[in-house]
Design a protein around this ligand. Structure first.
Ligand code: NAD
Length: 491
């Protein structure tokens, strides 16, 4: 099967007629051919979106929301099939892939509802016979740039609020997950999104991504990906004063206090550290453990990690799927070596899976390091794989300090049965998301999502916060006094 770009309501080949292959990370099998588009394709898509904005911004928001409602219904009808395709394309186990699609469904219905809300506000004027209100305006063409690890959820977090707010879209998905991007745009087309309102251009960050972030007709960039790329996106797009939202990496921690329910904590840790093979921005890669239960927790974790079954995500008995590609495996292994060199103790894992059954995929053994100190690189840098580091602390204060001493600020969690400790942690943990007695993953779409400090630039996705990014506030004053009234001067 050969995919095409979607520009101005037409499925078209890239101008250069170049294609590349998309692989199954569990088997190495070629799945599809995908356009390797260039600058010209992106420019065409931007022009189509610019033209379509003229009419889409005038479509009543409830009508825009109704289209999203149909999108939600189509996603629901195809959930199982889409999840299956996702597993083949990026490896996560099918149940998690279904969760990824479900996030898209939830977001579609939520944003459909925002078509009838998107509230502004009225407020009394300081002058008599004068009315004051604040409303939301659409902004223009939104460049949507996404990573591969949530190939349905993340694009929907961006595209749906962009559309309901009245913007048009040029979508550049990650090169590793073109098929899900294609399926999503097919559904948007089928649901009745008018031509030019959503455009899809496959291709590299260097070609298509660069065009989006530098083109003067793109008003907004919503980017999720690595810190390195995000910093570059901010510099280039910020240079022309585009509005830029960055959702970047994480180095998320779970704190386990002596008084925690250990069984529950172990469940939360295993799910957060090894779910999606550690390739979630919210994945737990640091475990901050109070000294009294450190040894017991270590033993329990070793037993559970040793029992995790690696395999293709389509096999229902699989716990942990493959990493996305060979480079990711090499990166994970490099960090394991760094951890050993730094003096951390490798308890379990730490190598590429040698099982013949797994030899054609990108499988890495779930890994646990102990005797890790807060400054070590494995405790500071995002590894984005199945590697967990245990750090011993004496108190809640020290645990919070260790949690906060990284450049990232996405998600954190604490297991404790002490309500005072829980509330102190909520107050003091410097992350955009905090969980009590649950792991670091599993955000719900009607709450704001995003991180502090190095994880982004202060915007939030999801919830009504998403509308704040995708719309512009307009203050409106209606003076019905029939005379000149000067604010701050006449009263
Ligand atoms: P990446 O930065 O390599 O790529 C992200 C996207 O940017 C891709 O579509 C890529 O093609 C594009 N891109 C690359 N170079 C570009 C350029 N010069 N100009 C414009 N676009 C360019 O990230 P990835 O490997 O796909 O994803 C993994 C990263 O994403 C991890 O760091 C992870 O933590 C992060 N992530 C963050 C969140 C969040 O919400 N905070 C969610 C998921 C993933």
């Amino acid at each position: 099967m050969r995919l095409l770009n979607f520009i101005d309501g037409q499925w078209v080949a890239p101008v250069g007629e170049e294609f590349q292959q998309d692989y199954d990370p569990a088997t190495g099998e070629v799945l599809l051919e995908v356009p390797r588009s260039g600058r010209e394709d992106a420019v065409r898509a931007i022009a189509a979106a610019k033209q379509a904005f003229k009419t889409w911004r005038l479509v009543p928001a409830p009508k825009r929301g109704e289209i999203l409602f149909r999108v939600g219904q189509l996603l629901m009808d195809r959930k199982v099939e889409l999840a299956r395709e996702m597993t083949r394309e990026m490896g996560k186990v099918t149940l998690e892939a279904q969760g990824d699609v479900q996030e898209g469904i939830d977001m579609a219905f939520y944003m459909a509802g925002e078509g009838r809300r998107s509230f502004g506000y009225t407020t009394p004027s300081e002058l008599p016979d004068k009315f004051a209100m604040a409303t939301r305006d659409p902004i223009g063409v939104a460049g949507i740039i996404t990573p591969w690890n949530f190939p349905m959820a993340i694009p929907t977090w961006k595209i749906f609020p962009a559309l309901v707010a009245g913007n048009t879209v040029v979508f550049k998905p990650a090169s590793e997950t073109p098929h899900l991007a294609y399926q999503l745009v097919k559904i948007l087309e089928e649901a009745g999104v008018p031509k030019g309102v959503v455009n899809l251009v496959f291709g590299s960050g260097q070609e298509v991504g660069e065009t989006l972030i530098s083109h003067p007709d793109v008003a907004l960039i919503s980017f999720t990906g690595s810190n390195e790329t995000g910093r570059h996106v901010a510099e280039v797009a910020g240079g022309s004063l585009k509005r830029v939202s960055l959702e970047l990496g994480g180095k998320n921690a779970i704190i386990v206090m002596d008084d925690a329910d250990l069984e529950l904590a172990v469940d939360g840790i295993i799910w957060s550290a090894f779910g999606t093979t550690g390739q979630r921005c919210t994945a737990c890669s640091r475990l901050i453990v109070q000294a009294g239960i450190y040894d017991e927790l270590k033993e329990r974790l070793k037993a559970r990690i040793g029992a995790l079954k690696l395999g293709a995500g389509l096999d229902s008995s699989t716990d942990v799927g493959p990493l996305i590609n060979r480079q990711a495996m090499e990166k994970v292994h490099k960090y394991v070596q760094i951890g050993k060199d730094e003096g951390a103790h490798l308890e379990i894992g730490g190598e590429v899976a040698t099982d013949a059954r797994l030899s054609s995929g990108n499988f890495y053994l779930p890994t646990l390091f102990t005797d890790v100190s807060m400054e070590m690189r494995i405790a500071q840098e995002e590894i984005f794989g199945p590697v967990l580091s245990m750090i011993k602390v004496k108190s809640l204060e020290e645990a919070v300090e260790v949690n906060n001493r990284v450049t990232y600020g996405l998600s954190s969690s604490i297991f404790t049965s002490n309500v005072n400790a829980a509330f102190r942690a909520i107050r003091d943990l410097l992350t955009g998301i905090v969980y009590i007695n649950a792991g670091t993953i599993g955000a719900e779409i009607h709450l704001p999502f995003g991180g502090t400090r190095g994880t982004g630039n202060g915007h939030r996705e999801a919830g009504t916060a998403a509308l704040d990014f995708f719309s512009e506030w307009k203050a409106v004053y209606v003076d019905y006094s029939g005379k000149l009234q000067r604010a701050q001067i006449d009263d």
